[in-house]
Write a protein that binds this ligand. Structure first.
Ligand SMILES: Cc1cc2nc3c(=O)[nH]c(=O)nc-3n(C[C@H](O)[C@H](O)[C@H](O)COP(=O)(O)OP(=O)(O)OC[C@H]3O[C@@H](n4cnc5c(N)ncnc54)[C@H](O)[C@@H]3O)c2cc1C
Length: 495
C-alpha cells in the first residue's frame, strides 16, 4: 500500500504530506535537478517560481478563506508559509528560500516519504491499493505531457494560457460605452449564460461567463462595447505596435496557437487585422450614432458578482506598465483599474470538467488523481489546496476507505466543484473567488443538507456578505471533517 506522486511542487508536496500523515507510504518523484524546467532555479521542493505572495489573508477575501481552511486541514504549505512569513500588510508573503527549505526538510525527514529525483516519462500504473497523483505543474516535461495526452485525450490537454486583461467594472466610463451583442442577438439585462444541461444544483457554478480564452464575441452574450472613431483607432494602433513586450521566456518561443494570437502580434500583421479580429465592429450599432463604429473593443462580464469585465480576445504579452498605458487609450477605459493584466504563457493543464471528478480523480481512471496547476486550477494556494484533497483521497483509497469531496460551500470544495463542473466548452483555470461559491441563500441537498447551519438572509454590503460566506464555509468544513472517520482526517484546530 503506497501513494506515488509525480511532481514535487506545491501540489505534490502537500499531497505527499497529507497522505503520509494518514499512515500511508509515499513515493514522491521530482525531476529537478536531473532535469530542469524553464523557470525553476533550484533543486528544492515547492519552489515558488515567481511572486513570493500567497495573496490576501483575511476572511473577507476568498483566497484568505481558502488558506484558513487549509490551516484547519493541517496543510504543510500553510505551516511553511507561516514559518517563513515576511511583512506584507493584509497579504501572506514569504521568504521564498526559507519556505522551500522548510518544506524540503519536512518531507525529506518524514519517515514515510521517499523522494526520488528522476523524470517520470509515462504515467505510472495505479491500483486501489497503490493510487497515483500527477502534480507536475504548468511546465510538465514533454515526455510526460505526451503520455498525459494519450490518457486524457489530446483535445483535453492544453499547453498555453492566453489571458485577456480584466478591469474593475466601476472604473469603466459608462457614458462612453454601450451595451449590445453583435447583431443585437441578445439584449437581455446583463447576466451570465445559464447552462440548460446543468441540474439546479450545478447551476451556480455553470452560470459563468461563456468565455473563450481567445477569439471574439460569438454573438451569444451581452457585452459592453467601447466604440472607436478612425482617429482613435489609428492612435491606439500606433501605440500598440510600439509598446514594449514582456521578456520572452524559453517556453514562450514556441509558436502561438493561431486562434490565440496576442493582439500586438495580430497588429504587426497589418493595420486593419484587429478590425477583422477582436476589434471588429460589424453588427454593433452604437445607439448614440445609429451606426457601427470604425472599431470596437468588447468587454464581457467575468464573474458572477459583475464587478469584473474582461477585454474579449485581448490576450497580450505587452509589459504591464505599457499595457495599462495603451489600454487606457480605449474610449471608456481612460480611468480603468486593472484587476489582472493580459498574459500568454506556457501552462499545461487538463480540461477539468471533462477529465476530473470533484474528488480530483480522473473520471475514466479513478485510481489516478490530478492535482495542482495541471488539474486546471490557477495559483500557488489553489494548487496546494487541490494537492491537499488529492492526498487525503488517495490515502483513503489506499487504506480501503471512502473517497469524498469537501462541501461546495467551502472554498476548497467550491474549487473542486468548479474544476469538475464548469462549462467544458470554454474551460479556463480559475483562482478561488466568492463568485464560484454558492450564494448564501443556496439550498443544500444531499448529505450537506443535514450538516449545514440553517439558511439565513444575506447581509447587505459586499464585505459582510463575504464574511457570512466564510462563516458558513468554516462551519461546513468542520461538519465535514467530523463526519469522516477520525483516522482519515486531521482534527480541526481551534480558530
Ligand atoms: C512563469 C510562471 C509564473 C508564475 N507565477 C505565479 C505567481 O506569481 N503566483 C502564483 O500564484 N502562481 C504563479 N504561477 C503558477 C504556478 O506555477 C502555480 O501556481 C504553482 O507553482 C503550481 O504548483 P504545482 O505544484 O501545480 O506546479 P509546480 O510548482 O510547477 O511543481 C511541479 C513540479 O513537477 C516537476 N515535474 C514536471 N514534470 C515532471 C516529470 N515528468 N517528472 C517528475 N517531476 C516533474 C517540476 O520540476 C516541478 O517541481 C506561475 C506559473 C508560471 C509558468
Amino acid at each position: 500500500m503506497a501513494v506515488r506522486i509525480v511532481g514535487g511542487g506545491l501540489a505534490g508536496c502537500e499531497a505527499a504530506w497529507q497522505a503520509a500523515s494518514r499512515g500511508v507510504a509515499v513515493l514522491l518523484y521530482e525531476m529537478r535537478p536531473a532535469r530542469a524546467t524553464a523557470v525553476h532555479k533550484t533543486d528544492r521542493l515547492a519552489e515558488l517560481v515567481c511572486s513570493n505572495s500567497f495573496r490576501g489573508d483575511k476572511l473577507d477575501n476568498a483566497v484568505g478563506l481558502l488558506k484558513e481552511e487549509m490551516r484547519r486541514l493541517d496543510s504543510i504549505v500553510m505551516r511553511a508559509a507561516e514559518a517563513s512569513r515576511v511583512p506584507a500588510g493584509a497579504a501572506l508573503a514569504v521568504d521564498r528560500e526559507r519556505f522551500a527549505e522548510t518544506i524540503t526538510a519536512a518531507l525529506t525527514g518524514h519517515p514515510r516519504i521517499t523522494i526520488s529525483r528522476e523524470e517520470v516519462t509515462a504515467i505510472p500504473p495505479s491500483t486501489e491499493r497503490d493510487p497515483v497523483i500527477i502534480a507536475t505543474g504548468p511546465l510538465t516535461s514533454e515526455a510526460l505531457s505526451r503520455d498525459l495526452a494519450r490518457v486524457v485525450g489530446s483535445d483535453h490537454l492544453y499547453f498555453y494560457d492566453a489571458i485577456s486583461p480584466i478591469v474593475l467594472a466601476e472604473t469603466i466610463d459608462r457614458s462612453k460605452v454601450f451595451r449590445a451583442s453583435r447583431w443585437g442577438r441578445s439584449l437581455r439585462p446583463v447576466r451570465l449564460k445559464p447552462d440548460t444541461t446543468a441540474t439546479a444544483d450545478e447551476r451556480s457554478v455553470r452560470l459563468q461567463p461563456d468565455s473563450p480564452a481567445c477569439g471574439v464575441d460569438d454573438g451569444d452574450g451581452d457585452y459592453l462595447n467601447c466604440p472607436m472613431t478612425r482617429d482613435e483607432y489609428e492612435r491606439f494602433y500606433d501605440a500598440l505596435v510600439t509598446a514594449e513586450s514582456a521578456t520572452v521566456h524559453d517556453f514562450d518561443k514556441e509558436r502561438f496557437f493561431e486562434g490565440c494570437l496576442p493582439i500586438e502580434v495580430m497588429a504587426h500583421r497589418g493595420r486593419d487585422t484587429l478590425r477583422f479580429g477582436p476589434m471588429k465592429p460589424v453588427g454593433l450599432v452604437d445607439p448614440r450614432t445609429g451606426r457601427e463604429p470604425y472599431a470596437a473593443v468588447q468587454l464581457r462580464q467575468d464573474n458572477l458578482a459583475g464587478d469584473h469585465f474582461s477585454l474579449v480576445g485581448f490576450q497580450t504579452q505587452i509589459k504591464w506598465g505599457d499595457q495599462a498605458r495603451v489600454l487606457r487609450m480605449i474610449p471608456g477605459l481612460e480611468q480603468a483599474e486593472f484587476v489582472r493584466f493580459g498574459m500568454v504563457h506556457r501552462n499545461t493543464y487538463v480540461n477539468g470538467p471533462t477529465v476530473l471528478a470533484e474528488t480530483w480523480q480522473v473520471r475514466t481512471h479513478p485510481t489516478l488523481f490530478f492535482a495542482g496547476q495541471m488539474s486546471g486550477v490557477e495559483g500557488y494556494v489553489e494548487s496546494a489546496a487541490s494537492g491537499l484533497l488529492a492526498g487525503v483521497n488517495a490515502a483513503a483509497m489506499a487504506k480501503g476507505e471512502t473517497v469524498s469531496a469537501a462541501p461546495r460551500t467551502t472554498a476548497i470544495g467550491a474549487l473542486a466543484y468548479y474544476v469538475s463542473h464548469a462549462n467544458p466548452a470554454h474551460y479556463e483555470p480559475s483562482n478561488i473567488t466568492f463568485g464560484i461559491m454558492p450564494p448564501l441563500d443556496w439550498a443544500r441537498s444531499g448529505p450537506e443538507a443535514l450538516e449545514g447551519p440553517p439558511l439565513s438572509p444575506a447581509p447587505k454590503g459586499k464585505k459582510l456578505r463575504h464574511l457570512a460566506l466564510a462563516d458558513r464555509a468554516l462551519q461546513d468544513l468542520q461538519a465535514w471533517v467530523h463526519a469522516r472517520t477520525p483516522q482519515t482526517v486531521p482534527a480541526v484546530s481551534a480558530p
